[in-house]
Ligand binder design. Structure first.
Ligand SMILES: *[C@@H]1O[C@H](CO)[C@@H](O)[C@H](O)[C@H]1NC(C)=O
Ligand SMILES: *[C@@H]1O[C@H](CO)[C@@H](O)[C@H](O)[C@H]1NC(C)=O
Length: 441
């Protein structure tokens, strides 16, 4: 793999803030079928930023043989695709969760993995405000195994409500939900050293980093990579919002081609962002371990708030405070001007292009800010809220294109859509042309 010099032709970024309804636009459906060459030709014709009618690249589930191109060295360069579906807070409602996972294509009518998505991501808060705690966590583990068998991956996260329950802060637990466990003691056991608690400890993380292309490594590959620190410019230099490329590593054309997922948010002033996501997840594991292995305190209420365990470190305290990843709400509540400046710092440090989170609900739909650099997917799915049923879909395609000069050229494209029971909207459509040889495993 030739490292070092790649010529990055960054000739277009189609800032995606145009919305349209797929059902009302047959032209979009037609465009979905078109091969990448047509897409590239259209891009070139449009000559960069003139946006609207750019065709949508095929979110194909399998490589499109038409798009395969012979490389200059004679080997065949095949297109690569990845489909990611993310869902926010579920809060004890298995019925609505099934509806969402089904209309987004993650599961079939029986709740089994379909294989239509490569990654299913849940951003935490499965527990509280409903009765289906046991059912939902069992289902996640069943899906995890089914996904792995089909070559897919389920990525689940701890929300503030999972941690609250581990602490003994049961303010949002329904008495009817406790009955599904039998007794308070049985519930304490199951969420500490029992099946649910062990699933949290083994299979749930506080945050994750998902590279879009395997060249950058597998899920949760840390950024910056060890032994290869990437030097960023001073913070003052992040003020110019129009420069979309300033935090790319010039040696690495796919630099930052990754997503982050977290429940609350990755605050720009949080101390332990890097290396990402390793540092946060290590703190979360150690805090959870302390919570699960203490003598379980009598739950609050009616008892007093038990607080964090003896021996909790200051970094673990900071992890769980309002500026930490479980509770932070700034990306939802701060002004557009502020968040669009701050987001660049966090994307730079975490090696990502967009941050996807739940926690702060908008009952009318998924919220996209700063051209999809911030996407908030809590729409109050649970009947406890009566919001809208929603999922986020990301189709990533990496397609070889014909080249006049013998260089291996590709178009990297992300189409991010919001999915609802009755409609879909494209919220981001960005593409870059780049040159180089990449690892696909
Ligand atoms: C769903 O998966 C389970 C195994 O987890 C299997 O027993 C069952 O037959 C599947 N149902 C359908 C309808 O495919
Ligand atoms: C965690 O996930 C693996 C599959 O990746 C599964 O075999 C294991 O049982 C899960 N752990 C728990 C405690 O559910």
């Amino acid at each position: 793999m030739a490292t070092g010099r790649f010529l990055v032709l960054l000739f277009t970024i189609l800032a995606g803030v145009y919305y349209f309804d797929l059902h009302n636009h047959p032209a979009v459906q037609e465009a979905l079928e078109r091969p990448a060459f047509a897409f590239l030709a259209a891009l070139r014709q449009q000559n960069s930023l003139a946006v609207p009618n750019v065709p949508v690249v095929a979110p194909v589930d399998a490589p499109n043989p038409q798009a395969t191109v012979a490389s200059p060295t004679g080997s065949t360069r095949a297109p690569f695709t990845r489909h990611i579906v993310a869902v926010g807070d579920l809060h004890g409602d298995a019925g609505n969760a099934q509806k969402v996972l089904q209309f987004s294509g993650v599961v079939d009518a029986f709740g089994n993995w379909t294989g239509n998505a490569d990654f299913f991501v849940q951003t935490g808060d499965i527990i509280d405000r409903g009765d289906d705690t046991i059912k939902l966590y069992k289902w996640m583990e069943r899906l995890r195994v089914q996904a792995a068998t089909a070559g897919g991956l389920v990525m689940t996260h701890l929300g503030n409500h999972e941690v609250m329950n581990a602490i003994g802060d049961w303010r949002y637990v329904y008495p009817s939900e406790i009955n599904t466990f039998g007794t308070v003691a049985a519930r304490q056991k199951m969420i500490s050293t029992g099946s649910i608690g062990r699933a949290w400890a083994q299979n749930y993380t506080a945050t994750s980093r998902l590279p879009l292309h395997p060249h950058l490594g597998g899920p949760n590959t840390p950024f910056p990579p060890p032994h290869h620190p990437i030097h960023f410019r001073r913070e003052d230099d992040y003020e110019d919002e129009s420069d979309h490329t300033r935090y790319y590593d010039p040696e690495e054309p796919l630099s930052h081609s990754a997503l982050s997922f977290v429940h609350g948010g990755l605050s720009p002033t949080y101390s332990n962002l890097a290396p990402f996501p390793t540092k946060i997840n290590a703190l979360s594991s150690s805090l959870l371990e302390k919570l699960q292995h203490r003598v379980q305190p009598p739950p609050h209420p009616p008892n007093h708030y038990p607080g964090l365990p003896q021996g909790t470190t200051s970094e673990e305290v900071e992890l769980y405070d309002s500026n930490g990843p479980f509770w932070y709400r700034g990306w939802a509540t701060d002004t557009e001007e502020q968040v669009c400046v701050d987001v660049e710092k966090v994307l730079a440090r975490t090696g990502t292009r967009r941050m996807i989170m739940g926690h702060t609900p908008d009952f009318t739909g998924i919220v996209s800010r700063c051209n999809g650099k911030i996407i908030i997917i809590d729409t109050g799915i649970s009947h406890a809220y009566g919001g809208v049923l929603s999922a986020l879909s990301i189709h990533y395609t990496f397609t070889p294109v014909e080249s006049d000069d013998g260089e291996p050229r590709w178009v990297e494209r992300e189409v991010v859509s919001t999915l609802y029971a009755d409609r879909q909207e494209i919220i981001v459509d960005e593409a870059r042309e780049l040159v180089g040889n990449f690892r696909f495993q």
